[in-house]
Design a protein around this ligand. Sequence first.
Ligand code: NAI
Length: 304
Amino acid sequence: QLAPIRFDNQVAIVTGAGGGLGRSHALQLAARGARVVVNDLGVARDGTGGGQSPAERVVEEIRAAGGQAIASAASVTDPAAVEQMVAQAMREWGRVDILVNNAGFLRDRSFSKMSLDDFRAIVDVHLMGAVYCTKAVWEIMKQQNYGRIVMTTSSSGLFGNFGQANYGAAKMALVGLMQTLGIEGEKYDIRVNCLAPTAATRMTEELMGADALALLTPESVTPGMLWLVSRDGPNKTVLCAGAGTFSRSHITLTDGIHIGERPDAAELLAANAARLADRGGEIIPAAGFQQSQMEVTKAREAKG
Ligand code: NAI
């Protein structure tokens, strides 16, 4: 018998929770005892429009099931509106334990055809949206000595995807944000993780066949999010989740080769490309300093 993961007496904010993955996340957090701020601006798939927020509907679903929730139509790209959303949560419930940064939209085109405005809009909603929301809860979590934050990244950022230069850049930036916030939050028991989902939502409904879409339910991803934001959850983890399959993605450092400063260093490097890529002795650095530490150590060893 596994101990149930519960969120009683905790307060969670889920952005972009009017549909798709966010809705599934909000429903599950509420079903497991959390009081949930259901945020959604209610925009189209490309970020246009808005006004009628689908957040209210999800709040009604949660209440009908006996849970507690409030709706917020704040845009995650508006720092003042985000501050107000967090202030509302504090007025209602007095704390914020969990933030799931999930809101976003797409503006896909090949890089040649992509306008700078479309690049900026995607960086703004995925990266800066998560920054504004995280900034708004950070001091609260520090004072509570407790917080769990999830950034929603993507395989498009981790591994690349044709037509998504803007989206991939923004999603990978969230991994970088996690790496440092995971370090800065540690002594306050604030843990920061990334979720790389695959799910049949309006974002992906045209990209995959019906068979695959039937397996890729948002509900099969949400358990991954629940683990990441749980009391005993990890820190600085990139969890990939889809169709009930879970895996982890790592940023690693190969053991490398020391060449030293010499006139033919570039040529030696080219000749040793295979050794450079060799994954024997590869590590997952806990922080950035480990790279320079390895470099300096190898240089000292070479000097004897
Ligand atoms: P979705 O389009 O159903 O959900 C996104 C929600 O965010 C929408 O309800 C939308 O109204 C809301 N939103 C957009 N801009 C907003 C803003 N400025 N402020 C507040 N809310 C806003 O799509 P889905 O698939 O559920 O996406 C959720 C997250 O998962 C996104 O961050 C997406 O990039 C990410 N993701 C999804 C994948 C998938 O396979 N569905 C794959 C990888 C990542």
